[in-house]
Design a protein around this ligand. Sequence first.
Ligand code: ATP
Ligand code: MG
Length: 430
Amino acid sequence: MRIPIQSVTPTSGQAEICGWVHEVRDLGGLAFFLIRDRTGIIQVTIPKKRTSEAVLAAARQVSRESVVRVTGVVKAIDKAPGGREIVPDVFEIISIADSPLPLDVVEKVPADLDTRLDARFLDARRPRVAAVFQIRSAAMHAINQFLHNEGFINITTPKIVAAATEGGTELFPIAYFDKEAFLNQSPQLFKQMMMAAGFEKVYEIGPIFRAEEHNTTKHLNEATSIDIEMSYADHFEVMGVLEQLIVKTYEYVGETCSDQIANLEITDFIIPKAPFPRLPYGEAIEIAKKKIEDPIQYGDDISPAAERAIGAEIGGHYFIVDWPSAIRPYYAMPHEKDPGICKAFDLMHPRMELSSGAQRVHQHDILVQQIKKKGLNPESFEFYLRPFRYGMPPHAGWGLGADRLVMTMLGLSNVREAVLFPRDMHRLVP
Ligand code: ATP
Ligand code: MG
């Protein structure tokens, strides 16, 4: 029976392993193969004079990255990885790999990101690439567990929709029989409707689609969003949930992924400490004014350069609060005393925005007014407005980008590194 390579020890006796041919070295009388599976690497040593013709024939024919099955005696040997080797009785080629390889899995030849993404199946055989996705999996597990434990109900909402969440042009139109339809840019309206349905706490982890034409290291046209919505909560309460979720996710990854963190050569995996600072938008603008050359003033969006300047000043995760209502969506709740600002927030990593959220407007007539004020037509939002006429609890929520969370957690330079098959303006395959 096949055992994981990691579990083969010098005392294993007879062992069977399956994996890829990582490296081949032929020293005349001896041939060495490094065989790799997802758990590790082992040396297979073939003493040519004392090996069967069947094993020798397979060993001559096999190419790098072929899949093989090897059975043999495990011996202790100092110089090999893990201090052991297998001398094979059986060396079977299960699936031969063509040569040359489109990508060097051993990483002796560095490849650019496009080449790697074109051959993602080979790229992901590299332990350091696999490590990113193992950590992403652990992070998603921690997030699901945290939200489940907090009493959130996991929901799934449609990705094919008739109306934009926030109006605008960032939508992908699709052919939907004889109707106009789009890919949804956010589960916002649906998770709010579930507050009218009485679910009180909901979450969804799913794709969001943005037809944005920018070509940056932190934007994709298909991203994964972690969304929550919570009844009888204000913006402060959901900010608390968000910072707890971030801390718990880092803690879980720190506890369960030390091998992967080491593989990525991360020497300072720092768990953020809650509470994160709450920086009013006005103060954030003042910091940016002093530190960046481009003019920026109260009422502007916070540009990427401003994000980085403020991030450098704060030095860790932080929230920007008290945003001008004019630059937030219609569903953000205005402050009672100063409707010019609203109960919206962004969660920031020093490098970029990770999440946007707010207490929402739950009063039907104010919502209609605010939709109109943004130049949108309330009639297109009737399906969304209707629940607000039949008993809508006050509520708040946020959307957190899963890809950016993994990117910033691991210090990756491009969000595409955190996504298996990224979608951008230039990439639709594979
Ligand atoms: P940005 O200003 O950085 O483009 P945004 O304010 O447009 O982001 P939101 O609509 O607030 O994004 O979405 C909530 C979160 O979803 C963002 O903070 C981000 O983490 C993630 N997100 C949004 N759009 C994208 C995208 N195109 N690619 C990757 N992640 C995204
Ligand atoms: Mg945002």
